[in-house]
Design a protein around this ligand. Structure first.
Ligand code: 5AD
Ligand code: SF4
Length: 447
């Protein structure tokens, strides 16, 4: 038996892709390893969205090269593969800079991994695949999806045609592609058979989903969700990440009508300034976003909102930043991610005049303080309430289990280990910085 170690960087789609790569390589005899030094093959599934992503990968590769040499001296060869968006962006450059790398595989070509591994072990030299055939990939992934716990991700859409001025995704993940409804339905059924109770539908631009329906029509994300909600045993549905422009009426209605659709929406706005939004090529104004939030909240009053923000985009003034803060105050987020703008080579914003790092850092600190206050307030409002928790895995203490509330908050509960895989009502007894503490309620207390 050979061993495979996959190190995953970045988004949930990468987590999903890493699990699929492990599924693909299992028939070649690769079982999961816990550490790179015990692995016959190491895959770095990389992310290109953050600053110095490529540099971090090269430094990790330097360490792996030493490991590879040590293993070779012991007569135990090791393959090194670079996958994901850095692989896509850097391509041949990777093997040029780090010849210890055997394989470079882009996000749309990793279904070819088994064949690539065979080629590289048979011959020698490097194998590179960075094409964009998303259709091919989904057709050739193994049907047998591995699951780890009752909450699973399912990719339904990939790529992006939006071309926000700061973003590499349209270049690394390629054009938008939506998987056919039937394919997704059968994946969902298989996941549920394996004990999955919650599915998060993934896509870089998931609410732009337009997949081939079983009736020959093109289906929207709302139609897909409605169909999946009919799956017996599937209790919770989520989707991420959405663009405000694609938040259609039928999707908003789905939030009102479909109970299994969780009351949580990650809807990145990036900035609250119309000037910056235009420069970012977001193609909506702050006001459009606020009205949209109003409409989704009207459809689902207990909806929790989350967003991504970029501060210090080229040209952002103090006034623009103030507009972001006032948008945040108006929306009141349950949770959010915020980043300093950092130039990605090849994107339009990278060629614009950059702001000093001190300005970005100062703004980020102010924004994060505000967002963190809002998150605390949201969590505190849950105290003493009874909420349904899907228990996902054991906690740190014996007998403890950790699950998620409908609003995606992690909840730790003592004495709940036997409920892993199930949804149970829990009383929220305390608020910790990034999670909630819950108590199982005695049967007699449930009315
Ligand atoms: N600089 C900073 N943040 C970025 N993001 C994407 N590209 C950049 C960049 N060049 C952030 C956006 C996006 C999230 C996934 O990452 O906020 O929504
Ligand atoms: Fe990137 Fe999202 Fe904009 Fe697409 S919509 S370019 S993935 S930030």
């Amino acid at each position: 038996m050979k061993k495979l170690f996959v190190k995953t960087y970045g988004c949930q789609m990468n987590v999903y892709d890493s699990a699929r790569m492990a599924d693909l390589l299992a028939p070649l005899g690769y079982a999961p390893a816990d550490r790179p030094d015990e692995a016959d093959m190491v895959i770095l599934n990389t992310c290109h969205i953050r600053e110095k992503a490529a540099e971090k990968v090269y430094s990790e590769l330097g360490k792996l090269k030493r490991l590879k040499e040590e293993r070779r001296e012991q007569g135990r060869p090791m393959l090194i593969a670079v996958a994901g968006c850095v692989a896509q962006a850097e391509g041949k450059e990777i093997v040029a800079r780090q010849p210890a790398v055997d394989l470079v595989v882009g996000p749309q070509s990793y279904h070819r991994l088994p064949e690539m591994v065979a080629r590289v072990t048979r011959a020698s030299g490097h194998v590179l695949e960075t094409d964009f055939p998303a259709e091919d990939k989904f057709d050739s992934l193994p049907q047998d999806l591995s699951v780890s716990g009752p909450a699973a991700f399912l990719t339904v859409q990939e790529g992006c045609d939006k071309f926000c001025a700061f973003c590499v995704v349209p270049y690394t993940r390629g054009p938008e592609y939506s998987r056919p409804v039937a394919q997704i339905e059968s994946d969902a059924r298989r996941l549920v058979e394996k004990g999955v109770r919650e599915i998060t539908l993934l896509g870089q631009n998931v609410n732009a989903y337009r997949g081939a329906g079983p009736d020959g029509e093109t289906w929207s994300l709302a139609q897909l969700i409605r169909k999946l909600a009919e799956t017996d045993g599937l209790e919770r549905i989520r989707y991420t990440t959405s663009h405000p422009r694609d938040m259609s009426d039928d999707l908003i209605l789905a939030h009102a009508e479909i109970e299994k659709l969780m009351p949580y929406l990650h809807l990145p706005v990036q900035s609250g300034s119309d000037r910056v939004l235009a420069a970012m090529n977001r193609r909506h104004r702050a006001e459009d976003y606020l009205r949209l939030v109003e409409r989704v909240r009207k459809a689902r009053p207990d909806l929790a909102l989350s967003s991504d923000f970029i501060v210090g985009f080229p040209g952002e003034t103090d006034r623009d930043f103030e507009d972001t803060l006032s948008l945040v105050r108006e929306v009141n987020y349950a949770q959010a991610f915020s980043f300093k703008y950092s130039p990605r080579p090849g994107t339009p914003a990278a060629a614009m005049k950059q702001l000093p790092d001190e300005v970005k850092s100062a703004r980020l600190q102010i924004l994060q303080a505000l967002l963190s206050d809002q998150q605390d307030a949201f969590n505190r409002a849950c105290e003493n309430r009874i909420v349904p928790v899907l228990f996902e895995k054991p906690g740190k203490k014996p007998g403890q289990a950790v699950g998620r509330s409908p609003w995606l908050q992690p909840v730790h509960v003592d004495g709940a280990a036997s409920f892993i895989g199930e949804i149970r009502d829990v009383r929220i007894a305390g608020v910790l910085p990034n999670s909630l503490r819950g108590k199982m309620i005695e049967k007699a207390q449930v009315h």
